[in-house]
Design a protein around this ligand. Structure first.
Ligand SMILES: [Fe+2]
Ligand SMILES: [Fe+2]
Length: 256
């Protein structure tokens, strides 16, 4: 019960990160599962007997994700499959998920709904749950999961999820880290900066958008930031990460 954010968690094994009587947040053991491609971190939130998969990842991850998710919830009880934006490392498994969880709503920014037919989704009206640009709330069991806009970071229609029960922020491509490191939970901020700076410098659109995001999430009580690549940022480093985003020069700031 409570939090499990131990620095010795194994990135290639699933683990319950938060648990109380009705609510669980699970890391799906997805890092390092597809050699030659960027690492992916995927998650599952379960409240009562309803689940939401958060960023299920690409094509090759699908068998492992089905296996690991089935340890925690029946596939028929997956109510939503959430995609923070349209990239293949987020959505590549979408056609298979649609087949094994036909009841689940595909939650994705409204701008990307028109691309769903290219993943083989036929009945858009029935299958899709378009997120309005301003975000909103997804009701999972008794948990109101907040959807927070994070546009142009890097996708023009990109979102974060905030779980008010675990107080985890699922940040998609924000807070990501790329490189040859093996930990799941950040333990040395200075060392980690070497891995988070390069992708943010290239992918984030400009300091104006990183500041807007920092301003938006500053007043939330956050226990950890759970990005879609790299490593989970625990509470002790969140203020450092917010400062990093406030001061970041990136994207078009660097165009000469
Ligand atoms: Fe992306
Ligand atoms: Fe990504």
């Amino acid at each position: 019960m409570g939090y499990n954010l131990n620095s010795d968690l194994n990135p290639s094994e699933d683990a319950v990160l938060y648990e109380d009587r009705d609510h669980r947040v699970i890391y799906l053991g997805s890092k390092g599962s597809s050699s030659g491609s960027v690492d992916v971190l995927s998650y599952l939130i379960v409240n009562g007997n309803e689940g939401i998969i958060v960023d299920p990842g690409g094509y090759h991850l699908f068998p492992k994700m089905v296996y690991n998710i089935s340890k925690y919830i029946k596939l028929k009880d997956i109510k939503y499959i959430y995609f923070c934006h349209q990239d293949p490392d987020v959505c590549g498994s979408l056609p298979m998920w649609k087949d094994v969880c036909p009841q689940a709503k595909i939650v994705i920014g409204e701008l990307w709904v028109r691309f769903l037919p290219h993943f083989g989704v036929e009945n858009i009206e029935e299958s899709a749950y378009p997120i309005p640009s301003d975000g909103g709330t997804i009701n999972l069991g008794k948990a109101p999961i907040e959807v927070i806009p994070a546009h142009y970071m890097h996708s023009p229609n990109h979102f974060n999820l905030y779980d008010p029960i675990s107080k985890f922020l699922f940040s998609g491509d924000i807070g990501i880290a790329l490189g040859e490191f093996k930990y799941l939970i950040v333990k040395d901020w200075i060392e980690h900066l070497d891995y988070i700076y390069p992708p943010h410098r290239i992918l984030m659109t400009s300091n104006k958008v990183t500041r807007t995001w920092a301003e938006r999430i500053k007043n939330l009580e956050i226990k950890a930031i759970l990005p879609q690549h790299g490593a989970i940022i625990p509470e002790s480093f969140i203020s450092y990460f917010i400062k990093f985003m406030e001061n970041l020069k990136c994207g078009i700031d660097l165009v000469k």
